[in-house]
Ligand binder design. Structure first.
Ligand code: XMP
Length: 513
């Protein structure tokens, strides 16, 4: 792990994960912890600087989240953002009040003037746009502080006490709408905290390998490989660390995209590890026969996965470590601190119960998705695998509407491959967040040559999103849609209609089932 660490204390704001990402993008390691982290623990963490996040509460409400004011006497630089700024002001003798009239509340893009003498704003133009979202404001700054930025409605858009290295901003430097947000965070990290930018993937890789070796010793490690980015990168990292003492179990449920199973096998079967490629398509399809309900499909796939894994586990025997590709957003979302989190990968709830292991190993649990991809590249994994778009655990089963059969899967696989091929050819594979074909259960009349057809409709789905909680449909070029449509109906027998989905999430979801 990097030597220099920034501690981010979480007050429940919606952009908190983004703050952590922005800090790491500046090559400074950071961790997000609950604001209730005890002072002793904070001392042990030994942060280079502390960031207090925004949050939905008001600091003057009874029971509002707070920190031990001794935090501000640690001699560690602090940056308070929005709620964090108000909390610092109140704790140190300032006055925070609700904005009396609407004009003092600020939401959205706001022209802000900065004091260039304040270290946070060094090198910035004196005026630019910031992103505000607050109903409270600092009516009086604490002793020792001075205002360092203002907007038309707010005389204290930023405050600082440079002697104690305490800084606060009312706006959100972490969101892109704040024009010089990245520069402001950089100033805090480098000019105020003295960061050296020691967080690089090559360093992380070397340190992660050393710590895995130390922990595992001569032990044996088992990993369920799904073919997704996280478990593949975890496999490559563990492989470098423990070599042939790693066993990877790849359960191919027959619901993968075209060539996906072979691609994963090609990457891992050539390495010095035990790679078990379990072909279980027939077994999954037999269990899915006649099933049309989406949740029933998910349940069956999850259960079948466990059964297959149990059987393989019995053959493998006892292992010392069960490894998982848990990543940082999974850890944060589950609200876990130090406790081990079992990711329900592939919807495999309870997977660890069915194999005999002593400890859980989660080597990626401190990495964001883009960092995992970067680590994958550093480990020499192919770009197609590393930059792979998300793919649901139940695979194509939830993209064949209604009953899943081998024939339908084969048809969908081809249509999906054509769509992906054309998206790549148009240079859009990194632009669209997720894109795929769906085999609908709609049959409709068409005319082909001189004859009438009564065939299936393929729906194309492509979305833009950063978090998959909400998504917008991609404005793909007409020419691209035209090419995909022509190719699908010409190349695939049994399809006479192609539809493009122009629904956002909400009200629709990304997947169809
Ligand atoms: P929805 O359809 O919920 O999808 O808007 C949001 C994201 O989650 C993925 N997804 C799943 N992933 N198991 C998974 O591992 C599932 O059952 C599942 N359902 C949806 C989906 O592909 C999208 O990225």
């Amino acid at each position: 792990m990097a030597e220099q660490k920034i501690l981010i204390l979480d007050f429940g704001g919606q952009y908190n994960l983004l703050i952590a990402r922005r800090v790491r993008e500046q090559h400074v390691y950071c961790e997000l912890h609950p604001h209730t982290m005890p002072l002793e623990e904070i001392r042990r963490f030994d942060p280079l600087g502390i960031i207090l996040t925004g949050g939905p509460a008001s600091v003057y409400e009874p029971g509002a989240p707070t920190v031990d004011p001794a935090l501000f006497r640690l001699g560690v630089p602090v940056l308070g953002i929005c709620y964090g700024c108000q909390l610092m002001a109140q704790s140190l003798g300032g006055l925070v009040t609700p904005a009396e009239d609407d004009s003092a509340r600020e939401y959205g893009k706001t022209q802000t003037r900065f004091d260039p003498a304040c270290a946070l704003f060094r090198g910035l133009p004196e005026e630019s746009v910031t992103w505000m979202s607050h109903g409270d404001y600092m009516a009086a700054v604490p002793p020792g502080f001075r205002p360092a930025a203002h907007s038309a409605a707010c005389p204290t858009a930023a405050v600082c006490d440079e002697a104690r290295r305490l800084y606060g901003v009312q706006f959100h430097p972490e969101v892109n709408h704040t024009e010089y947000g990245a520069q402001i965070l950089r100033n805090f990290l480098y000019a105020v905290c003295g960061a050296e930018g020691d967080w690089t993937m090559a360093d992380f890789k070397a340190q992660a390998i050393a710590s895995i070796r130390e922990r595992v010793g001569e032990g044996r490690v088992l990993l369920a490989l799904s073919g997704g980015v996280d478990s593949s990168v975890a496999a490559a990292l563990l492989n470098e660390a423990v070599g042939s003492r790693l066993t990877c179990v790849f359960v191919d449920h027959g619901l993968l995209r075209k060539n996906e199973g072979e691609e994963v096998a090609a990457v891992f079967s050539g390495r010095a590890l035990r790679f078990l490629h379990i072909h279980a398509e027939d077994r999954f399809l037999a269990r899915l026969a006649g099933v049309t309900d989406p949740e029933a499909k998910r349940r069956i796939i999850g259960e079948t996965f466990i059964r297959v894994f149990e059987e393989v586990g019995r053959d493998i025997g006892a292992v010392d470590f069960l490894a998982q590709g848990t990543i940082y957003p999974d850890v944060i979302e589950s609200g876990a601190g130090e406790a081990a989190v079992i990711k329900s990968h592939h919807n495999v709830g309870g997977l660890p119960d069915c194999v005999d292991f002593k400890e859980i190993l989660e080597p990626l649990r401190m990495l964001f998705k883009d960092e995992v991809r970067e680590l994958g590249r550093t480990l020499g994994l192919p770009e197609e695998l590393v930059s792979r778009q998300p793919f649901p655990g139940p695979g194509l089963a939830i993209r064949v509407i209604g009953e899943v059969t081998k024939e339908k899967l084969a048809l969908l696989r081809e249509a999906d491959a054509i769509f992906r091929e054309e998206i790549a050819r148009a240079g859009l594979s990194r632009v669209c967040s997720q894109y795929f074909a769906v085999l609908t259960n709609l049959r409709s009349v068409g005319v082909m040559g001189d004859g009438r057809s009564y065939d299936c409709a393929i729906a194309l789905r492509s979305v833009q999103t950063s978090d998959f909680m909400t998504a917008d449909w991609s404005r793909l070029p007409w020419e691209l849609l035209d090419r995909v449509s022509v190719r699908i109906v010409n190349e695939l027998r049994g399809v006479n209609r192609v539809l493009y989905d122009v629904t956002s999430k909400p009200p629709a979801t990304v997947e169809y089932e």
